[in-house]
Write a protein that binds this ligand. Sequence first.
Ligand code: UD1
Length: 378
Amino acid sequence: MARNLRIATVIGARPQFIKYAPISSVLQMKGIKDILVHTGQHYDYNMSKVFFDELKIREPEYHLDAGSGSHGAQTGMILERLEKVLLKEKPDVVCVYGDTNTTLAGGLAAAKLHIPLVHIEAGLRSFNKRMPEEINRVVADHISTLLMCPSKTAINNLLNEGFKNVLHGGEFPSPEEISFVKQPDPDHPVAINTGDLMYDVLSLSLKNPRVANSGILKNHGLHAGSYGLMTLHRAENTDNILRFEYLLEFANGLAKELPILFPIHPRTNNRYPDLRKRLHKNIIPLEPLGYFDLLHILSHATIALTDSGGMQKEAFWLKVPCITLRNETEWVETLESGWNILQKDYKGTHATNDRFDKIYGDARASERIVSAVTYALS
Ligand code: UD1
């Protein structure tokens, strides 16, 4: 029965390609072919294709070529083009990931056509509505039929917003428990703690020799444990000049002690064309990196500085101390564990401890997600 289920997957931004990879492998293993739609939100080779190549994701059935634009224009373009695809393909279910404009548009397109929506990475909250991501994820959650949560915190956030149907008390469900989820509907959505998909993809990728053999450190004359790694691209940082200047000064200060590799996101690059001239000489600007190179340099870094959600967790899993360049984080467990600290709380030292719980799961999120979708919606 599961084989006949028509799943449409809507992805379009860098972190979504990474999260989709392990799901795509499990679908393949189960002989299920989904309809893959790339919205085109990210389109440069090093923001998109490199992840398809490295993580062996097949060519999408549809490219919507939405490209850049204001939030309204980008979201609207995806919504309009995706609706046509969904009307033609008539999938039984649409899966969206994370919190980007692609997630919002994909969710709206599905919900308006009364197609059950699965939100993967549901329930996260920064409690900061000035972040476009917060708006996207709150809306996506509230129009979803199945909510796949990466952590207990995410489950609790949903409970606090009135969601009632939480499988297995918010603990990881067994396959038997998952098989009891039958035909949920958007008026009675079901939330499941699946664990974090990024742990699946990280665990698998660390076994890939291309991570260990990446030549990127050698190319820059750096050695393991002798540098930091920074990424900075969130709109709340890049679009507020004073905030951006402040963070730049902070990073330039740290660079006096330690070289810092800085792969620059196109958003940041576009906003600050003179950025390279304003970096301390120990900050080494790079083009955006593929996943394997990024894992290589992150795993050997002394410290990570980032406003990316994904990198906060990757640093945690790789036991690299992280300073989060934001005033809050959705990944509060990383703060509680001591491996992560918000920049505003950083006082020149970083007290890490050995607490390392499996708070984000056991690297089997993709199996749980695919089981839940196939049982619930077949
Ligand atoms: C998006 C997500 C963010 C996620 C990030 C990961 C939203 C609201 N935000 O932000 O949650 O953390 O992706 O990267 O969806 N650009 C290029 N080449 C590309 C892609 C983008 O030059 O391949 C430029 C665009 O012209 C635009 C800027 O980068 O000016 C921002 O792109 P956009 O897709 O709006 O959002 P991100 O900042 O990437």
